[in-house]
Design a protein around this ligand. Structure first.
Ligand code: ADP
Length: 461
């Protein structure tokens, strides 16, 4: 809240703490109505029904310093630019801090590349307590390059690091945020690439990946694919394309593709002698009855082949219920798997995080009251566990069987010993980091460094 009179010059250095922009020089122009910031790669998305916008800001002239921002969308408005044309712009609300005063302003996101200032403060952001002295500027002082570099320490350390691209869909997800943060903290340039916005050129002489707006991605050293199930086809094609360009990937496209098919991955595991629950799969509706009998009758678990996070996993307590669910799924032409129900697991399973042939962390997941699925997304609780040597060796073998370097292996304890339920090629970090107190995101980055024989030389540039 501004209480006493506060005088600003025609330009001032501003801090936008919520956007993690500690210094941007803004023009204060009461002739303009709205405030705006120079933003590129503007990308709206939705999370939990809330609309967000991700965008990049290059706040300092003539430098590559880039701040990746995410904010809830407040509005979308037609704004008249200084050239008189009307542009539809996203509006966000954020805190601005000048000297020791902070207040909330609305900011529109626009490409101000051709403008003299990266930010403009218009009259809507100026409350009556703020006076503008248009004949003076930088009333709170200028900032030296040294000072700016210090404020943007992470960014100025980037150039000597690797360029690592995270291929995913939502930059606001915990796992994605942690990976970007861990890479930046180790001095690397981290790029979030929205899978849907990448496109490929297959050319025997020079293959390329382009990003929205036509940008050629030609300086990437490594990729971290985190592909959501609905994007398996396109995501894997993209990973394959990077492979053909000799760019290191933490998981190969074939391995990701294979792990996405619950039946195929169980077949690969079984082929390597790894125990899995008795499972059945059929195509024709006529066989439903025998399919149920084949795996030992009810109760049984029915799974959609391409499901994830427990969605599409159903417990049928009776034969009748099993028949109805199986036939229902078949009408929908969904590929499904039927599986013996491991009742003795009592709603618990073990998630092992395997990285480069080692179990680096494991947690026990227990299903919520009245639920048999232990998925954390379905309200399951995670607790610490120290796994047996047998479970550890099974997890490592399972990862190898699918050819994955990074995976979450789900193991269920049955009366005949541990069985592998599933292999996940994009395991979430949130639950496992919180419970194990391990910095798994940094371990992942270290793995890339090791694979690329990168020596960590941090220095300011
Ligand atoms: P998703 O890939 O959708 O998470 P899973 O096959 O891992 O599917 O199943 C989700 C959860 O359901 C598991 O974590 C486990 O708790 C429970 N579950 C799955 N299969 C069985 C089974 N055969 N017997 C008992 N519980 C099971």
């Amino acid at each position: 809240m501004i209480t006493k009179k506060f005088i600003l010059g025609s330009e001032e250095w501003c801090d936008l703490p919520q956007l993690k922009i500690p210094a941007v020089k803004a023009k204060i122009d009461t002739g303009a109505k709205t405030s705006s910031i120079h933003a590129v790669n503007i990308n709206p998305f939705e999370q939990d029904g809330i609309p967000y916008i991700s965008f990049d800001v290059y706040p300092i002239d003539n430098t590559s310093t880039c701040v990746k921002c995410v904010a809830p969308i407040k509005d979308k408005r037609l704004i008249k630019s200084s050239f008189g044309d009307k542009q539809l712009r996203y509006v966000i609300s954020t805190t601005i801090k000048i000297e020791k005063r902070s207040w909330e302003i609305e900011l529109t996101l626009s490409n101000r590349r051709s403008m003299g200032y990266k930010m403009l403060i218009g009259k809507e952001a100026i409350s009556p307590e703020i006076l503008i002295d248009p004949n003076s500027s930088l009333l709170f002082g200028d900032k030296t390059i040294l000072k700016i570099n210090k404020l943007y320490k992470k960014n100025t350390m980037r150039k000597t690091g690797l360029h690592i691209a995270l291929l995913a869909s939502n930059p606001a997800l915990y796992s994605n945020r942690r990976i970007i943060e861990a890479g930046e903290n180790r001095g690397h340039k981290m790029s979030f690439l929205n899978i849907k916005q990448c496109y490929m050129k297959l050319d025997n002489n020079l293959s390329e990946v382009h990003y929205r707006g036509g940008k050629i991605l030609n300086d990437i050293d490594a990729i971290i694919p985190r592909i959501r199930p609905s994007q398996t086809f396109y995501g894997c094609s993209l990973v394959k394309h990077f492979e053909t360009m000799n760019i290191f990937t933490v998981n190969k496209s074939d391995a990701i593709r294979n792990s996405r098919d619950k039946l195929y991955s169980l077949q690969c595991l079984q082929e390597q002698g790894i125990e899995v629950p008795v499972s059945g799969f059929a195509n024709s509706p006529v066989e439903t009855n025998d399919l149920i009998e084949m795996i030992g009758g009810s109760p049984l678990v029915i799974k959609l082949l391409q499901g994830a996070q427990g969605r599409g996993v159903v417990l049928a307590e009776t034969k009748k219920a099993a028949e109805s669910v199986i036939n229902g799924f078949k009408v929908l032409k969904a590929n499904l798997l039927v599986q013996e129900f491991i009742k003795e697991a009592d709603g618990e399973d073990i998630r092992c995080f395997v990285l480069n042939g080692k179990v680096i962390s494991s947690i026990k997941r227990s299903a919520a009251e009245g639920e048999f699925r232990a998925n954390l997304h379905l309200g399951g609780k995670a607790t610490k566990i120290s796994i047996t040597r047998e479970a550890r060796s099974i997890a490592i073998k399972a990862c190898k069987a699918l050819g994955l370097d990074v995976a979450g292996i789900d193991i269920i304890n049955s009366s005949r010993g541990p069985l592998v339920l599933e292999v996940n090629s994009s395991p979430g970090l949130e639950g496992i980091e919180a419970i194990s107190q391990k910095d798994i995101a940094s371990m992942l980055i270290e793995y890339i460094e090791k694979s690329l024989k990168y020596k960590n030389k941090l220095k300011y540039v």
